[in-house]
Ligand binder design. Structure first.
Ligand SMILES: Cc1cc2nc3c(=O)[nH]c(=O)nc-3n(C[C@H](O)[C@H](O)[C@H](O)COP(=O)(O)O)c2cc1C
Length: 279
């Protein structure tokens, strides 16, 4: 289910410009008398009205404190005070006002959250994480991730992939040493997960396993958890250590945990550069 919060505005043009330009919202739907704006999973509508609706609080939340601080620098002149931690709600926040007097709140939650990202954010914001908090991954969160991972596509619906959660410290250390610097992120996380395929159960073990691993990566991110694809872990010694038959395929062994910080996005090519015209 999705929804929109509508507000009456006496200055539709001005308020639309503020939310588009200053808060980087997108114009999701232009109904002329109502402008509907989107930011992540927040959808706000402003409609021409003789009376401005000022009630309530419009809260924008971000993954990190740094982003709240960036917003404070940008909106210092509108802010009601500096950002600070609110222990009651375990958040970091500051309040400001929009040009029509509505209360704006900018915050980050200082604890893990249930999934809230929309599809585009998930696909664009997922990062490879190589530095993790010590915090354990709760069993119920892990359970929800595996529940969603049932939906990965597979060749002829073979569903021959499986996951091996690794929490034992020695095994984590062993995995992290397999490929030098490439595999070292494994030891930085409280746990790792091997994503494998029973090659007898599918004609396409590599494709099935790689897709299942990416499905896992995205689902983990949805739950606020980082992963990092570690390549070339389809090895004899890895399989021996994990008790995996040698003919099975190991797509990757990824670290899994709460990111110490959200890495900056490595440079990306422009969309056109990925499209080759047919001769
Ligand atoms: C097939 C594949 C193999 C990768 N192998 C490794 C690896 O061995 N070690 C590592 O730290 N990162 C590895 N990565 C992560 C990439 O470096 C990362 O995806 C890339 O730099 C883009 O960054 P992003 O994932 O944050 O968007 C791998 C990624 C893919 C898709």
């Amino acid at each position: 289910m999705s929804g929109i919060n509508f507000f009456g505005s006496e200055d539709l043009e001005g308020i639309t410009e503020f939310y588009l330009e200053e808060l980087n919202m997108d114009l999701w739907l232009d109904q002329e008398y109502c402008k509907i704006l989107k930011h992540g999973n927040m959808i706000l509508g402003f409609c021409e009205s003789e009376k401005t609706d000022e009630g309530g609080t419009i809260t924008f939340f971000y993954p990190t404190k740094e982003e709240v601080d960036e917003k404070y620098e940008r909106f210092e002149d509108r802010a009601r005070g500096e950002p600070s931690e609110n222990e009651k709600f375990n958040i970091y926040q500051f309040f400001a006002e929009d040009p029509e007097g509505r209360i704006l709140e900018f915050q980050t939650f200082l604890h893990p959250l249930k999934p809230y990202l929309d599809g585009e954010e998930l696909l664009k914001e997922r990062r490879s994480v190589r530095d993790y908090k010590e915090k354990e991954v709760p069993d119920d969160v892990l359970g929800k991730i595996f529940e969603t991972c049932r939906y990965a596509p597979t060749s002829k619906n073979s569903q021959a992939y499986y996951f091996i959660p690794i929490e034992d410290e020695e095994t984590i250390q062993f995995m992290s040493e397999r490929r030098g610097r490439n595999s070292s992120p494994i030891r930085e996380a409280p746990m790792a997960v091997a994503i494998c395929v029973d090659s007898e159960g599918t004609g396409r073990p590599k494709q099935d396993g790689d897709i299942a691993a990416y499905h896992f990566t995205l689902t983990a991110w949805l739950h606020g958890l980082g992963t990092c694809w570690i390549a070339a872990m389809d090895r004899e010694d890895v399989k021996e250590e994990l008790g995996i038959p040698q003919d099975h395929y190991v797509a990757t062994v990824t670290p899994l945990g709460y990111p110490e910080e959200i890495p900056k996005i490595p440079e990306r090519k422009e969309a056109e550069e990925f499209i080759k015209k047919m001769n």
